[in-house]
Design a binder for this molecule. Sequence first.
Ligand code: T46
Length: 133
Amino acid sequence: MEIQIIEIPKIKNSKGNIGVIENDVVPFDIKRVYYLYDVPSSAKRGGHAHKALQQLLVPLSGSFDVVLKDGTEEVTVTLNKPDKGLLINSNIWRELENFSSGAVCMVIASDVYSEDDYIRDYNDFLEYVKANK
Ligand code: T46
């Protein structure tokens, strides 16, 4: 499975950094931004796939692990640098875990929220992947 890390352009000077995400940084039109915060270290987020949604996950603060599954392979990516985001395409199962204290995960998404776009059962995901190969 190809892991797509996106370098987020930064403006750096002696007063600190600014990370800037405009539409040309991601391969989709940005329709929604949301963020996970105050996540207990024992919590697991995600546990689903999206049929069409594409996302860029950016660890604004702290760190967490993202487990990706495409129905064949499984890869774990640790996100801990605010200038490196993880692109997740549609039809990828994801689980987020091991959140550090104060971790913030910003998600830049290709569409607005729609429950119809979720696959929340892993066996349904495997069947969906097989049927859409
Ligand atoms: C992902 C990880 C990184 C809304 O009503 N609007 C929204 O925009 C979102 C994102 C969620 N919700 C509701 C839907 C559920 O009842 O909030 C509840 C939890 O949402 P979800 O199951 O998506 O939660 P996470 O944090 O496990 O997953 C989210 C993303 O949705 C998901 O795609 O990859 O963050």
